[in-house]
Design a protein around this ligand. Structure first.
Ligand code: IMP
Length: 459
């Protein structure tokens, strides 16, 4: 029986990893975050239907029986952690080697993005890149300091002096940091979380010996991986399988099964290449949550399945954005929406050696007349078709997606068995499986904790 599973994003994040983890966590002993920070936004629905969003807390925090670990590969904002745990009765452990995020990291994130102007990366402004920079240049402050308040205070003061010099030199218009204020905010949080700080690598290796069930919860996704993603439009950690091992201090056999999470379509937030996108990002940025962006006539186009209509792709993806509430869980930004891209998934499967996929938000494409799935990219001049996503993605500016077109279906909600899904929904799932030679073992067809179809036992 499987004891240790990793759940990883396969696209550009926001695939619904939190929901998959929350569902599997019911039967887990541990849920572990190994990389990233509060740039993530994992939306969870508790048993009573209450929605919560966690950013740095592992998604097991909704269950009192689960031990939640923030492992060494994470960058940790204590304020966000406190917010995430508000009102919950959770068990928590923090690695003494995890790096802390401070106000100066956020200040640099904001200042750098501003200075980049039109070439900005569209970061979440949570200080993630600067915190990992400090870690890599060996000047970061680790969570072990939470257990030594006088040293923490002193290190904060000297960091603030240094960071103010750098801010003044590089971004003269920035507001300078105030060490006393930062310490006043951090001190109570340090006191609160110090008892949870421990060597989580040791804890986890003991848990493995004790045959405990461990769920490794990926944050962000393959296309945002610092090495394998669409660099530089990526995050600053390894979001792929290697990040789980270095991010926890466990060896190769720690993970027995790797599940990739993919939405039934694609989304991306922030800048960077996105071939199956259907309208310019500049137009999407103007959309605000809660303001309907589709007329009745446009909704009729969505249902009609008339792919020859020149607006079809655009209105379908606008329909998905509204129907699926595709707005950043962390930032509230409207997400870019496009058709499902198998070239992207193929890469995620290869670099993570995925055993299976969990397909999420199948219900969010209910009611669309015709669906497109990108199977390859075709060169504008030579007509050459490629099916592997290149590392040098600037090459892709000369390519267009090649689509396989499939009929849509009316409703996939409230169904608990694969064979009961509409015929065309089953065909959609099977086409993805066959094209990628990877089974889809879980299907999410609603927001609720129990809205899923388990085709094969996961644990
Ligand atoms: P950062 O991680 O805040 O530095 O942002 C770098 C890029 O990763 C930006 O394009 C963000 O929008 C994106 N990003 C970071 N975290 C997430 C996430 O959890 N979901 C989706 N995109 C993310």
């Amino acid at each position: 029986m499987t004891k240790r599973i990793a759940v990883l994003g396969t696209q550009w994040g926001d695939e619904g990893k939190g929901a998959i983890v929350a569902q599997l966590a019911k039967d887990a002993d541990y849920v572990v975050r190994a990389q990233g920070g509060d740039n993530a936004g994992h939306t969870l629905y508790q048993e009573d239907g209450t929605k919560i969003v966690v950013n740095i807390a592992p998604s097991g925090v909704i269950y009192p029986h689960v031990k939640n670990i923030i492992a060494n590969g994470c960058v940790l904002n204590l304020e966000t952690l406190a917010q995430n745990l508000n009102g919950l009765n959770s068990q928590l452990y923090i690695s003494d080697a995890a790096h802390l995020i401070f106000d100066w990291h956020k200040a640099f994130d904001g200042a750098k993005e501003k200075a980049r102007g039109k070439a900005s990366l569209g970061t979440t402004n949570r200080g993630i890149g600067p915190a990992y920079m400090d870690k890599m240049q060996r000047t970061g402050l680790r969570a072990s300091l939470l257990q030594n308040l006088s040293e923490l205070e002193q290190r904060i003061c000297s960091q603030v002096t240094q960071k103010n010099h750098e801010l003044q030199a590089l971004y003269p218009n920035s507001t300078l940091l105030n060490a006393e204020q930062i310490w006043a905010n951090i001190k109570p949080l340090a006191q609160r979380f110090a008892p949870y700080v421990t060597d989580t690598s040791l804890l986890l290796s003991q848990a493995i010996k004790d045959k405990q069930r461990i769920l490794f919860e990926g944050a962000q996704a393959a296309m945002l991986d610092i090495d394998h993603g669409t660099y530089p439009y990526v995050t600053s950690s390894n979001t792929t399988i290697g990040g789980i091992l270095t991010g926890t201090g466990l060896g190769l056999n720690a993970v027995e099964k790797v599940i990739g999470v993919a939405k039934a379509y694609s989304t991306r937030v922030g800048e960077g290449i996105f071939l199956t996108e259907t309208e310019p990002y500049t137009d999407i940025k103007k959309i605000t949550r809660g303001t309907p962006s589709l007329t009745h006539r446009e909704k009729a186009i969505v249902r009609s399945g008339n792919i020859d209509h020149q607006e079809y792709d655009k209105v379908v993806t606008r329909y998905i954005r509204e129907d699926a509430d595709e707005y950043g869980a962390t930032t509230g930004r409207p997400r870019r929406v496009g058709w499902l891209d198998l070239v992207v998934l193929r890469k995620a499967i290869r670099i993570n050696n995925l055993d299976s996929l969990a397909l999420t938000r199948l219900d969010c494409v209910d009611g669309i007349g015709m669906l497109k799935i990108c199977t390859g990219y075709k060169h504008n001049v030579t007509n050459e078709i490629i099916t592997e996503f290149p590392n040098n993605h600037s090459l892709l500016e000369q390519y267009q997606p090649v689509y396989h077109i499939m009929p849509g279906w009316r409703n996939s909600k409230d169904i608990r068995a694969f064979k009961e899904l509409p015929k065309d929904a089953r065909a959609y799932v099977k086409f993805i499986e066959q094209s990628l030679d990877t089974p889809i073992t879980l299907i999410k067809n609603g927001c609720g904790l129990n809205d899923y179809i388990e085709r094969k036992k996961v644990w």
